[in-house]
Design a protein. Structure first.
Lengths: 332, 246
């Protein structure tokens, strides 16, 4: 990439000049950093910084393939899915469509990151935002991969799997109905319009994939950086101090689930390691995490707009905590 | 205001991330961050990102790269993009896609070690899955650190009077030291620490990889919040294994 520009070592931030366009500057800077890396790295050998960077890169490396799969599927929905198929799959009545979308979440074994562009593309195709958002909440929370990993992490506690399924589905459907009741007062921004007529379907497909990836990728990086910071700098002993208190324990694990932003396929193992906490608090951790965390909040703000995220994020967290607490009290 | 990402630069952003993923997945680098099964998804998405980069990079040749050319945002939908949208409808946040690669080349993030393991030391290990079979017959039996912890938790009867070899890195706590391994569920963000306290041997420096041969101290580690103890007969420094997570 951009090797021909290697002679231009211009510091970042310099405004582009006509002779030297932005791609040359960026390419040259990247090459410069790569060449200087072996000189810089030993000067940054600090255990805390290294731990942050490992977890940061890990979250990005783990998420990008799922995001790529998500944008491929979302471009398929945007470009290739015919009106007829779409109409048949999504019920016309959104009140009914919300629970259908919730149950449909079982069929998408992917990370949260994949679900955000998919929900965006469903809205693009005219699916009611409430229905698309229900799918967004349900897909990462109740798919088979998540339920199996929960069963493995809690051996002999099958009621935990059932409780997780019930509480997550309830959260998705309740938030969906809330969105429906808000109607036009919910400021959902719909990105990526259709291309100008005349472009081939293949061209539009590639352009949509590229656009959606560039759109979501930056927000994924922001969320990964914040989550990695909490993960490596906040000692677990702070979290454990409140384990004995029922209400404070639930609130703490809900907040912790939001800030550490784990993949839903593996968060059950971390939840199981909170042995000092009540089972209900562990359930709250597993219900809040896939529905809303710092990484998802950043991506949703990017996809649907900041005004939307300010309403949606607190409602999802509140609903998830209440649904999981009630389910825990009933089943566990 | 942040400079907008022009169309040819969008290609560079995509190509850089794609190349970084391929570089990690084609070597052993990715094993520092994620589990082994992620290799093929990483290769596939790396190739795809490189392919996506071709169009914008070619579009930038022979012009200053600022001409809109069949871009999906040539006509806006009127839903009102936010102020953060620069040229061609890509938000300025797309610059951040460069960050993971830059971090990779400037910090060389290593596999997780004693820093994280010691900060998570109070954390109890998850319960053992299912029934544990007796150890195989013979002299010294090598088992994962995680399995040793699980066997101790379920009473330790399968470990009694057996010479066991554990391989892991060294963590410290006050005067004690531990042979330690981390396990991954998905990626390094969900790493869990498993550790066994080693007695009757001098304490090696932090993060030194060691092989410890010894015997389980009966009764230790049976509750979930204390580490099991091993009385060492032999501690040898070893090379770091290819896969450092269990």
């Amino acid at each position: 990439m951009a090797t021909s520009e290697s002679r231009t070592t211009v510091p970042p931030g310099t405004p582009p000049r006509p002779v030297l366009g932005q791609p040359e500057i960026v390419g040259g800077t990247l090459l410069g950093v790569m060449l200087a890396g072996s000189w810089i790295a030993p000067r940054l050998e600090v255990a805390s910084l290294q731990t942050w960077s490992t977890i940061f890169v890990a979250i990005v490396v783990q998420s990008v393939p799922f995001l790529v799969a998500g944008v491929l599927l979302s471009a398929t929905i945007s470009i290739l899915l015919s009106e007829r198929v779409l109409r048949r799959v999504v019920p016309r009545n959104p009140v009914l469509g919300v629970p259908v979308a919730g149950v449909a979440g079982v069929g998408l074994p992917g990370c949260e990151c994949a679900a955000v562009p998919i929900a965006g593309s469903l809205m693009r195709r005219g699916v009611a935002p409430a229905v698309a958002l229900t799918f967004l909440l349900a897909a990462p929370a109740i798919n088979p991969a998540v339920l199996v990993s929960t069963a493995v992490a809690f051996p002999g506690q099958h009621e935990m799997v059932a409780a997780r399924f019930a509480a997550s589905l309830a959260t998705a459907v309740l938030v969906g109905w809330w969105c429906l009741s808000r109607g036009d007062r919910l400021p959902v921004r719909r990105t990526a319009p259709m291309l100008s007529e005349g472009a081939s379907a293949r061209g539009r497909f590639v352009a949509t994939v590229r656009h959606d990836f560039l759109h979501a990728g930056g927000f994924l990086v922001v969320g990964a950086g914040l989550a990695a910071a909490v993960n490596s700098f906040v000692p677990r002993s702070w979290v454990d101090t409140v384990a004995g208190q029922a209400v404070l324990g639930v609130v703490t694990l809900a907040l912790f689930a939001f800030v550490v932003a784990l993949c839903s396929e593996s968060d059950a193992f971390v939840a199981a390691s909170f042995t000092a906490f009540s089972d209900t608090a562990k359930l709250v951790f597993m219900v809040v995490g896939p529905a809303m965390d710092v990484k998802l909040a950043a991506m949703e703000a990017g996809q649907f707009g900041g005004a939307f995220a300010r309403q949606f994020v607190p409602v999802v967290i509140g609903t998830a905590v209440v649904a999981a607490s009630l389910t825990g009290w009933w089943l566990l | 205001m942040v400079v907008a990402v022009t169309r040819p630069t969008q290609g560079i952003v995509l190509a850089f991330l794609g190349a970084v993923l391929l570089r990690l997945a084609l070597g052993d680098g990715y094993l520092r961050y994620v589990t082994a099964w992620m290799r093929w998804p990483l290769i596939a998405s790396g190739v795809l990102l490189l392919l996506l980069a071709i169009g914008p990079v070619l579009a930038g040749r022979g012009q200053d790269g600022r001409q809109p050319d069949g871009d999906p945002h040539a006509g806006d939908d009127g839903h009102g993009h936010g102020h953060d949208h620069g040229a061609h409808g890509v938000p300025a946040s797309a610059w951040l896609i460069l960050l993971p690669g830059l971090v990779l080349f400037t910090i060389y993030p290593p596999e997780l070690g004693s820093y994280l393991a010691e900060r998570r030391a109070n954390q109890a290990a998850a319960a053992a899955p299912g029934d544990l079979q007796p150890l195989q017959d013979g002299g010294v039996v090598a088992i994962p650190v995680q399995e040793f912890v699980w066997r101790a938790q379920s009473g330790g009867t399968t470990l009694v009077e057996r010479d066991v070899e554990l391989v892991g890195f060294v963590t410290h706590e006050e005067d004690a030291w531990f042979v330690t391994r981390l396990t991954l569920g998905c990626c390094a963000a969900d790493a869990l620490a498993f550790r066994v306290e080693v007695r009757d041997a001098d304490r090696p420096p932090r993060d030194q990889w060691v092989s410890v041969v010894g015997r389980y101290v009966e009764g230790s580690g049976s509750s979930m919040d204390s580490a099991p103890v091993m009385a060492a007969s032999e501690v040898t420094p070893v090379d770091k294994p290819r896969q450092t997570y269990e």
